[in-house]
Design a protein around this ligand. Structure first.
Ligand SMILES: NC(=O)c1ccc[n+]([C@@H]2O[C@H](COP(=O)([O-])OP(=O)(O)OC[C@H]3O[C@@H](n4cnc5c(N)ncnc54)[C@H](OP(=O)(O)O)[C@@H]3O)[C@@H](O)[C@H]2O)c1
Length: 322
């Protein structure tokens, strides 16, 4: 089979499209024929070494496909099932052997592409809006990169929960997408000072929560956008990692909360994985969550897909199709 592997950390040119043996599912594993794989920033961090890995390493943390074989001791999943998974390496490939207890059934009415597009970013948006800072009516949140993969899903889920959403984006085309996903107000943070705009839009009060995936370039002003005892949810670093931070700042700016959550800790048990993924896929199935697949690439074009994502060119989800 074909797979995209790296043998050293580096730029997009480090990605190699190689022939490797089809994996044999071990105890507790299922073999998946991948129909679509998600491209995510974590794949770029594995490539560059921000998150180090062992070589050779098959990239990719998210896919959907059909079960074609089962290893010993697997129950609850059958050959022919359409399933999706995330947080298991090796998705940039034609086949992957995946622990069966990490597989999520894809409900009727949801395609493999939609499932691959929504699992990692959709479950992230779900846990951010329902658990990290549970949103509700009467609350206002700020969502950075609101036309991105997580961003478009988070805007929709936040609206669904009754919150007012202010989004930031870099251009007008992205602003239109964010509005379409339910953002009440959109700030072009490449042209406007988003701190000033957030204060203006909230009558000086600020927001209860900022969901910040951009990191380095937004972090300081994100803190300034919060109400007293508000929460900064820093969940990514698309513009680069945030430098070391003095906790005393939280006191000075209004007894603020800062958290740096990650998906793995919100889907650590099978029960939690199924509950969160089931809710997200259920929303897709009943039409209450729309999945915007901005671009699709062939598996062999993975380097180009990563370049586009890192280069701020994409909206919504980027998929690889073997
Ligand atoms: N903690 C978790 O559980 C978790 C889970 C999923 C993702 N994440 C993180 O969340 C972040 C967003 O992930 P995503 O897949 O949804 O990506 P994305 O938002 O679709 O893409 C990144 C977006 O960030 C914005 N951006 C601002 N400054 C940038 C810069 N200097 N370089 C590149 N992009 C910049 C761009 O939107 P504009 O052009 O509108 O500015 C860009 O489109 C990533 O850091 C990812 O690692 C974390």
């Amino acid at each position: 089979m074909k797979a995209i592997r790296i043998h050293a950390h580096g730029g997009p040119e480090a990605l190699r499209y190689e022939d490797v043996p089809v994996p044999v599912p071990g105890a507790g594993q299922a073999l998946i024929r991948i129909e679509a794989a998600g491209v995510n920033f974590i794949d770029i961090y594995h490539r560059t070494g921000l998150y180090p890995v062992q070589f050779p390493y098959t990239l990719g943390q998210e896919a959907a496909g059909v079960v074609t074989a089962l290893g010993p001791g697997v129950s609850g999943v059958a050959v022919g099932d359409l399933v999706a998974y995330t947080a298991v390496p090796g998705a940039y490939a034609e086949f992957a052997a995946v622990p069966a207890d990490r597989l999520v059934p894809v409900p009727v009415g949801v395609t493999a592409r939609q499932a691959a597009a929504v699992l990692l970013q959709g479950v992230t948006a779900q846990y951010l809006a329902t658990s990290t800072y549970p949103l509700g009516a009467g609350q206002t949140c700020l969502v950075h990169a609101a036309a991105g993969g997580v961003g478009l899903l988070l805007c929709q889920i936040a609206k669904h929960l009754g919150a007012r959403v202010i989004g930031t984006v870099s251009n007008e085309a992205k602003a239109a997408l964010a509005r379409g996903a339910g953002a009440d107000d959109v700030i072009l943070y490449t042209q406007q000072d988003f701190e000033v705009e957030v204060k203006r839009l909230t009558g000086g009060a600020g927001v209860r929560v900022v969901y910040d995936s951009v990191g380095k370039t937004t972090f300081d002003k994100s803190l300034n956008c919060l109400t007293r005892r508000g929460m900064l949810v820093l969940f990514g670093q698309s513009s680069g990692p945030v430098p070391p931070f003095d906790p005393q700042t939280l006191n000075q700016k209004g007894s603020l909360y800062l958290t740096r959550p990650t998906l793995a800790h919100y889907v650590a048990t099978r029960e939690e994985l199924l509950a969160r993924a089931g809710q997200v896929l259920g929303w897709v199935a009943d039409g209450s969550l729309s999945v915007h697949i901005g671009r699709e690439y062939r598996l062999a074009e993975a380097a180009e897909a990563q370049r586009a994502l890192a280069g701020r060119e994409t909206t919504g989800k980027v998929l690889l199709v073997p």
